[in-house]
Design a protein around this ligand. Structure first.
Ligand code: SF4
Length: 315
């Protein structure tokens, strides 16, 4: 028995063979699943986002020909909107047809080496390993590697790789990462790698813990300007939440009517905002007026959705 045969056997019995992106060799569908799964759990992607997205955009050419707004609207709730912007940009870069080699795939927005390998391995059946967050964790533990170093990790990825069964190997690695080699409580006694894993005595030491950083809190006032049952929103042009629509936000306190408080956790800060409503004119440029039905058609951040909820409670 080798680690590779043990993994293969485990995968045959325990793998999630029914995941829809494993039942297709359409590179576009594989690509969408890979991008969605980068920062979102399988369950959420499967139940709420993967199929509606493909229904709205059956091909990459459909993504290329639509406005960014439409893609963002379908991405709403998934978060990490850079993924959606990159997907839209990549679709236009390749004119709706994904390249068939990893070098050209990696020239597209948001496609790194691991995503390019995943598309090539799953859609084109190439013998290439992937290196997503789950695989990284397994490799760190399996080889007892403390240091976080992606370049070296790629070498280890090739070292453990099963060139005879590349498709199954990659899928199995993702499943072991998601079901067995869990971040906080790895289930080593159920792991197909148990007898070879160098780090299993102390799996939580590999890799070394990241230095804890305290997330800053941004205190803001969000002021909803209203007029004739319409509300003023602006499309964001800055990098953060680019393309999404939002209400007026300021660091100044407000004397307008208090509506409530919202908290929103982002990856690099926490937003704490008091929300106000006013009939005053809005003097800032770039705002447009929308009634509630029109707002429902816009792509909003989660924070702005919370503001909409406060408005609904008020009315
Ligand atoms: S034996 Fe434990 S630590 Fe090693 S790969 Fe398996 S689950 Fe992870």
């Amino acid at each position: 028995m080798t680690p590779q045969t043990s993994l293969l056997q485990w995968y045959e019995q325990n793998g999630r063979h029914e995941l829809p992106w494993r039942l297709t060799n359409d590179p576009y569908k594989v690509y969408v699943s890979e991008i969605m799964l980068q920062q979102t759990q399988v369950k959420t992607v499967l139940e709420r986002f993967y199929f509606p997205f493909l229904e709205a955009f059956p091909t990459l050419a459909d993504v290329a020909s639509c406005d960014l707004d439409d893609v963002l609207k379908k991405w709403e709730g998934l978060g990490y909107y850079t993924r959606a912007r990159n997907l839209h940009n990549a679709a236009r870069q390749c004119k709706g047809i994904l390249p068939t080699n990893t070098h050209d795939l990696m020239q597209l927005s948001g496609i790194g080496r691991s995503t390019a390998h995943a598309i090539a391995a799953f859609a084109y059946r190439e013998a290439l390993p992937i290196l997503d967050a789950n695989v990284k964790r397994i490799l760190h533990r399996y080889f007892a590697l403390s240091e976080r170093n992606d370049k070296k990790l790629w070498e280890y990825a090739y070292r453990l790789f099963d060139t005879k069964h590349p498709f199954e190997y990659n899928q199995a690695m993702m499943d072991v990462g998601a079901l067995i080699c869990l971040p906080k409580k790895p289930l080593c006694e159920q792991c197909p790698y148990e007898q070879w894993c160098k780090g299993k005595a102390e799996p939580l030491s590999y890799p070394e813990a990241k230095k804890k950083t305290i997330k800053p809190i941004r205190k803001r006032s969000i002021i909803v300007h209203q007029h004739n049952q319409k509300y003023a929103l602006q499309q964001r042009h800055e990098k953060f939440l680019h393309g999404l629509w939002g209400f007026y936000e300021t660091i100044e306190p407000s004397t307008a009517e208090y509506l409530g408080h919202i908290t929103q956790h982002y990856s690099h800060f926490t937003l704490e905002a008091d929300v106000y409503v006013t009939d005053d004119e809005i003097t800032e440029e770039g705002f447009e007026w929308f009634d509630p039905k029109e707002i429902a058609q816009l792509s909003l951040s989660r924070a702005d959705h919370k503001v909409v909820d406060l408005l609904k409670v008020k009315s």
